[in-house]
Write a protein that binds this ligand. Structure first.
Ligand SMILES: Nc1ncnc2c1ncn2[C@@H]1O[C@H](COP(=O)(O)OP(=O)(O)OP(=O)(O)O)[C@@H](O)[C@H]1O
Ligand SMILES: [Mg+2]
Length: 281
């Protein structure tokens, strides 16, 4: 079931700049080792509706890829397929070439796929630091036996404190998570995410609901996570200036289908994207 296709000889045929990391030319069972995450012909259908339509794309390791598209285009659904919340009607999700389509979400987290926690997964009645500690214990490379050791517990505490500092919540460790301001809760979500030591971070509209003054702060936090940890990030975001500023590649979804995938300037200049999404004639 799991395919370990590492290095199986298709690399040479790929464009050197990975500008069009379409996996179509890869035969099943092989993959490009530069791509940490791939979807292959991924579809999601509910009743008669096609929510995600045959999406194939690859995310090169270490890059920042944004997904844009109109409301209802299927962006969150695509994330749900990648993180394992939804099972696809057809197609595959690969992480480092391994087919993870059949794995439940928690197993994908163990494999290094981190999805931003929704506010509902924050425990409001316990302190911020304890929330982060729980996330550090639950994620990462450890198994439960490992986490029973005192040394591992200490490591989780250190990771939790580091994560809070990274997102700018130093000094708020003892505050009950439920008492944090909205912007700080969104930062806590990011802290919980990096506590699980993901190789790939999935961020669904990280600046949604964040006040105008706090948006640049959140962006700095995301940038810091990228710089400090060198992670691969896949982000859904509506704010085009944010997308342009942060992304190495931009994928455009429309009606569930991938209609463009390129560097930000190329995507923004694409006539179809300009008329269909940006509303520019
Ligand atoms: N669980 C579900 N059952 C039925 N339909 C769903 C389900 N989840 C999403 N949809 C539908 O799938 C389509 C895509 O929704 P999705 O939330 O993925 O879009 P989105 O691109 O994230 O939109 P937004 O920008 O508003 O967040 C919508 O028409 C939505 O109504
Ligand atoms: Mg959405």
């Amino acid at each position: 079931m799991a395919r370990e296709g590492r290095g199986e000889g298709t690399v040479a045929s790929l464009p050197p700049d990975l500008a069009s990391p379409s996996p179509q030319h890869l035969s099943p069972g092989t993959y490009d080792p530069a791509l940490i995450l791939e979807t292959r012909e991924l579809s999601l259908r509910f009743g008669g509706a096609t929510i995600v339509d045959d999406v194939s794309f690859g995310v090169p390791e270490g890059l920042f890829v944004s997904i844009i598209g109109p409301n209802g285009a299927g962006k969150t659904s695509l994330f749900n397929l990648i993180s394992g919340l939804y099972r696809p009607s057809s197609g595959h999700v690969l992480l480092r070439g391994r087919d993870i389509t059949a794995l439940p979400p928690f197993a994908r987290v163990r494999q290094g796929l981190g999805r931003s926690f929704q506010l509902t997964t924050i425990f409001p009645g316990i302190p911020t630091l304890e929330n982060a500690h729980l996330a550090a214990q639950a994620g990462g490379s450890g198994n439960f036996a490992f986490w029973r050791s005192a040394a591992a517990n200490r490591a989780a505490r250190e990771r939790a404190a580091w994560a809070l500092e990274t997102v700018g919540l130093r000094g708020r460790e003892r505050v009950l998570a439920g008492s944090l301001a909205h912007g700080d809760k969104r930062k806590l979500e990011l802290a919980l995410l990096i506590c699980t030591e993901p190789a790939v971070l999935l961020l669904d509209e990280p600046t949604a609901g964040v006040s105008a003054e706090e948006v640049p702060v959140m962006l700095d936090v995301i940038r810091r996570i990228r710089q400090v940890e060198g992670k691969t990030i896949l982000m859904v975001e509506h704010k085009m200036d944010v997308v342009h500023d942060l992304s190495d590649r931009v994928a455009v979804l429309a009606n569930g289908a991938l209609v463009a995938y390129d560097e930000p300037d190329a995507v923004m200049a694409d006539p179809f994207v300009r008329s269909a999404y940006l509303g520019v004639a």
